[in-house]
Design a protein around this ligand. Structure first.
Ligand code: CUA
Length: 336
């Protein structure tokens, strides 16, 4: 973006004025119970920084001009110190940082302590997809939550460090392999918001996106029940297609014949593959199942053994649906 473009966008944005749904000029919308206090503290620190920046620069410029070296004037030695001045410039900043600490620490405690009745959702990050696991076992690629109810996320990673970031809620928390991290929020406004990965995690880090859908009162339960029944309400091929998208398969396995991190799944069923160890196999139900549960047991030549296992993460019926989807003719695989 050129500087001129940027200035143009900036002016256009200012001219639009504040839009409550869209957040302020600096900030995304405030959609959680902590958003206001986070923004207040941010603005407080920003205002103090601007105040002192201007004060120091103005005084510096004035002094440079006023006390510059001039013809016929001798430099005078400066007084050794001024007790009143030194106490003032020590006490005032100390009070300011105590205020910042007080509100920062209070906000931190609020954000670190979920209410006892919080609704719990398990989150898993993997390259490069988020999975949200609801209490009934249903897994979705987006985070659906009820409005006005505390929600606690218990998070882990299947591979590297990711970071779950929802700007509208003002929450950000690392998601680390081998341990559980937690974060909570209470959404205050139904709508759809962005969820990002905020920790560089490899090639498709910037594609590791999801939506947060905040449901109006009563609608979250209806959504969850309907979404959870997909294995019964959809054909196995459709259910398999949904799982293939939702569970992160398509991040690495294309459906158009191109190789990504893993081999393409276009026409994979019945294909003869050369293996990394020199042998060959013909892809059948057993090999697909094994590759889902023990991905690195037999790897296709030319690919790295980097796929995480889905052991314990997919039910048998779900694995069967994925196999049916991969078996389906290419036409069925590509329709959306
Ligand atoms: Cu996951 Cu960046």
């Amino acid at each position: 973006m050129t500087a001129l473009n940027f200035v143009g966008l900036l002016l256009a944005r200012i001219a639009m004025g504040p839009d409550p749904d869209d957040g302020s000029f600096w900030m995304p919308p405030q959609v959680s119970t902590v958003a206001r206090s986070v923004d207040w503290l941010f603005n407080f620190i920003l205002a103090i920084s601007v105040f002192f920046f201007i004060l120091i620069v103005v005084v510096m410029v004035v002094f440079v001009i006023k006390y510059r070296r001039r013809e016929g004037q001798q430099a005078q030695s400066s007084p050794s110190h001024n007790t009143a001045l030194e106490i003032t410039w020590t006490v005032i900043p100390v009070i300011i940082v105590i205020v910042i600490f007080f509100f920062g620490f209070k906000g931190y405690l609020d954000m670190a302590t979920p209410p006892a009745n919080a609704y719990e959702i398990l989150v898993e990050g993997q390259k490069w997809k988020w999975s949200f696991n609801y209490p009934n076992g249903y897994v979705d690629e987006n985070l659906h939550v009820p409005v006005d109810r505390p929600v606690r996320l218990v998070m882990s990673s299947a591979d590297v460090i990711h970071s779950l970031y929802v700007p509208a809620f003002r929450i950000k928390q690392d998601v680390v392999p081998g341990r559980y991290t937690k974060v909570w929020f209470e959404a205050t406004e139904p709508g759809e918001y962005d969820l990002f990965c905020a920790e560089y995690c490899g090639t498709s880090h910037s594609d590791m996106l999801a939506h947060v859908i905040v449901h109006p009162p009563g609608e979250f339960e209806i959504w969850l029940e309907k979404a959870s029944n997909f294995l019964e309400t959809m054909t196995p091929v459709d259910a398999g297609r949904k799982l293939f998208q939702v569970r992160g398969c398509q991040q690495c396995h294309s459906m158009d014949g191109s190789a990504k991190t893993g081999p393409t799944m276009l026409g994979v069923f019945g294909r003869t593959e050369n293996m990394a160890d020199g042998g060959t196999i013909t892809v059948d139900e057993n090999y697909i199942r094994e590759s889902i549960l023990e991905p690195n047991a037999r790897v296709v030549a030319g690919f790295e053994p980097v796929m995480p296992t889905y052991q314990g993460r997919l039910k048998d019926a779900e694995i069967m649906a994925i196999i049916e989807y991969l078996k389906a003719p290419a036409g069925a695989s590509q329709e959306e």
